[in-house]
Ligand binder design. Structure first.
Ligand code: URA
Length: 266
């Protein structure tokens, strides 16, 4: 008897299966150790089928890219289920589909005051941030603190003077390279949920990576200092402090943008 081939797993099938697993509380559908399915012993024949069955098991080697394609959808499901910042942090910590996580020491979630009216979005952790598990604690972070202190805002303050800080990706990219577009896309649902939960009045994406993620546009030297809307919020793109450290003449632009921001605060 000739049996038909096992059906191909489509993107939608894989997503439905993964959504079901997430619903059941599974947060890591892929094991830590890779398995080469081509080298693995073939599965034992099913009872009564002998060894000549035409049934092919749905190959994991074929299914894995489907899982990778579904990673942003898995992230969206996990992010949307988080109804507090604490739950979001846990969800991100248990998200195993972003390769950056494997090379990082710590999840860098956020710093500052989550009730702040102003939320800064940077690019991703560097070495110091990876070690401390906090965003913007290295040289660029000190620059950022000085910039915002100039208009009276600080991550240590409360009320109208508070600042809240996060990044597009929460794990340090190797050798401080830029996060790849697929890494940004995969982590974007978490960032969007982070913004929704923190609910700031004003967003400040700093640098090209944050503008690409939130505005879908690059060209920070043209975007900076001009108000746009992101997720229904006033948004003021600014230069990244690391860029200003490399090109100090840019401090002038920063100051102009800080005054533009200040003018919108009470
Ligand atoms: N640069 C960033 O964009 N984020 C950090 O957390 C540190 C440096």
């Amino acid at each position: 008897m000739t049996l038909p081939d096992a059906p191909c797993l489509t993107h939608e099938d894989a997503l439905a299966m993964l959504a079901w697993q997430v619903e059941m509380g599974v947060t890591c559908p892929i094991g830590d150790e890779p398995i080469n399915r081509y080298e693995a012993a073939p599965p034992p024949p099913m009872a009564g089928m002998g060894t000549t069955s035409n049934i092919r098991p749905v190959s994991m080697a074929r299914a894995m890219p489907e899982v990778e394609k579904a990673a942003p959808d898995i992230a969206r499901i996990m992010a949307d289920r988080a109804d507090t910042l604490c739950a979001l942090r846990k969800a991100m910590d248990s998200f195993d589909h972003c390769a950056l996580k494997k090379g990082a020491r710590n999840l860098v979630f956020a710093d500052g005051n989550p009730t702040a009216r102003v939320m800064i979005v940077g690019e991703g952790p560097g070495r110091d941030e990876d070690v401390q598990g906090k965003p913007f604690v290295g040289r660029a972070g000190q620059m950022l603190d000085r910039m915002f202190a100039a208009i009276g805002l600080s991550r240590e303050k409360d009320g109208a003077d508070a600042l809240y800080i996060t990044n597009v990706v929460p794990w340090r990219p190797p050798q401080n390279r830029d996060p790849e577009p697929d890494e940004i896309a995969m982590m974007l649902p978490f960032l969007q949920r982070h913004i929704a939960l923190a609910d700031p009045d004003i967003l400040v994406p700093m640098g090209n990576i944050a503008c690409q993620a939130l505005l879908g546009r690059k060209g920070i030297t043209r975007l900076r200092g001009k108000w746009v809307e992101v997720q229904g919020r006033l948004t003021l793109p600014m230069l990244h402090p690391a860029f200003v450290l490399r090109d100090p003449i840019r401090k002038r632009d920063c100051w102009t943008d800080l005054l533009t921001l200040k003018a919108r605060l009470p």
